[in-house]
Design a binder for this molecule. Structure first.
Ligand code: HPA
Length: 272
């Protein structure tokens, strides 16, 4: 099935399960998926209910759309996401965002676990994405342009909507939530970066490294959606500390940051 057919099938599956009209999209990263359980009037539509839809394969990710309400808003959340390192193309990684756009969602909140490159960062920090560097070597818009979603050459000058970041900062400060703001770099993975790659990334202006988010953000901007992104810094990136990196450490650190992360997510839902 092509992208249009998959998007239509997913929209039909979601609409068949719930009459709620989602306003906000939410994509939850490694170890951060539990937020879905807090949605009210919740309906879960597994990707497996949509014929041909790719399925996630990584621990800590379960592939499903979860439609529900949070803080008076109707949210379509993704429990787990589709990564390129699982063998998905960036076009496939962006499919859930295409579904969100087709359902009329205007604002997307992206979350991820990331390694801290900026030496001032510490595990447990939350970093608002000010911008990104696409180091994955591929773009979800490659191929024939999907005109009904957006233009051939979309502007990416305000990819993580500045006006929303400006609204969020004082609310986070008022709530006593420390918030970093920096540049996310997407590395294809699934191996973690080498220390030399991390030094290079620091030199070119990146503050945190991860293996997701960029294809989804590009597809969302293509469709004219507003985008907010937040990284949970789960570890210092390769070569900064003597110990090796592990996915278990990432999931455990994300779980520890859950309280602050959830409060920040609620503020993002309020302004989104
Ligand atoms: N690098 C890439 N992706 C990650 C990291 C990292 O250090 N931590 C969590 N996701």
């Amino acid at each position: 099935m092509n992208t249009r057919q998959l998007v239509n099938a997913a929209c039909a599956a979601i609409r068949a399960q719930s009459p709620l009209q989602p306003e906000l999209g939410l994509i939850l990263g490694s170890g951060l998926g539990d937020f879905c359980d807090s949605l009210e009037e919740r309906t879960e539509i597994p990707f497996s209910a949509v014929p041909g839809f790719p399925l996630p394969t990584v621990d800590g990710h379960r592939g499903a759309f979860v439609l529900g309400r949070s803080r008076g808003r109707t949210v379509l959340a993704l429990r787990g996401r589709l990564h390129c390192y699982e063998g998905n193309t960036p076009q496939q990684a962006a499919l859930p965002v295409r579904v969100m756009a087709a359902l009329g969602i205007k604002t997307l909140i992206l979350t991820n676990a990331a390694g801290g490159i900026n030496l001032d960062y510490r595990p447990g920090d939350l970093m608002l994405l000010a911008d990104h560097i696409n180091f994955a070597g591929a773009n979800p818009l490659t191929g024939p342009n999907l005109e009904e979603f957006g233009p051939r050459f979309p502007d990416m000058g305000d990819i993580y909507t500045r006006s929303l970041r400006e609204k969020l900062r004082p609310l986070a400060a008022q709530a006593g939530l420390p918030l970093r703001e920096g540049v996310y770099i997407m590395y294809g993975g699934p191996s973690y970066e080498t220390p030399a790659e991390i030094r290079f990334f620091r030199t070119i202006g990146a503050d945190a490294a991860g293996m997701s988010t960029v294809p989804e953000a590009i597809a969302a901007r293509h469709s004219g959606m507003q985008v907010m992104g937040v990284s949970c810094i789960t570890n210092m990136a390769a070569g900064i500390l003597p110990q090796p990196l592990s996915h278990d450490e990432v999931v455990a650190a994300a779980a520890q940051a859950k309280g602050n992360f959830t409060r920040l997510l609620e503020l993002m839902i309020d302004i989104g």
